[in-house]
Design a binder for this molecule. Structure first.
Ligand code: DAT
Ligand code: MG
Length: 134
């Protein structure tokens, strides 16, 4: 067990659906600590860097188009095992499979528009926090 920091983002669909407060409430209720937060519209260059691991995948162009399509809310959260705890609260990538009670399970139906992003490892968290808050 380790105290960790992780990067979480309300994606443009989450902002459009009015879910910023709902997303924040779930992480706060769990006992995680909000360390930093900023609202911004991601430029294409930043999107390419953030999602660099997916470059070349068939869905990459639509992923970049989507994540740059409107404002997002970028956040740093901390707490015990924060990386995996945040991923559990979010639910699995495909909302069709995400369990009820998770953010993606409760508020999304399409894999391309799944409300939130969360870092998948402490290394990804450090990289992504550097992109958005460095
Ligand atoms: P996660 O966001 O759960 O970490 P990921 O890193 O594998 O998932 O993918 C990043 C985002 O890309 C994901 O939130 C939604 C989109 N995506 C992933 N796989 C996809 C697919 N097969 N078709 C369309 N979009 C996809
Ligand atoms: Mg990912």
């Amino acid at each position: 067990m380790a105290h960790q920091h992780t990067f979480v983002m309300v994606k443009p669909d989450g902002v459009r659906k009015g879910l910023i407060g709902e997303v924040i409430s779930r992480f706060e209720a769990k006992g995680l600590t909000l360390e930093q937060m900023r609202m911004l519209t991601i430029a294409e260059e930043m999107a390419n860097e953030h999602y660099g691991e997916h470059a070349g995948r068939p869905f990459f162009p639509s992923l970049v188009e989507f994540i740059t399509s409107g404002p997002v809310v970028a956040m740093e959260w901390s707490g015990e095992e924060a990386v995996s705890v945040c991923r559990t609260i979010m639910g699995v990538t495909n909302p069709v499979e995400a369990a009820p009670g998770t953010i993606r399970g409760d508020y999304a139906l399409e894999i391309g528009e799944n409300i939130v992003h969360g870092s998948d490892s402490p290394e990804s968290a450090a990289r992504e926090l550097g992109i958005f808050f460095g």
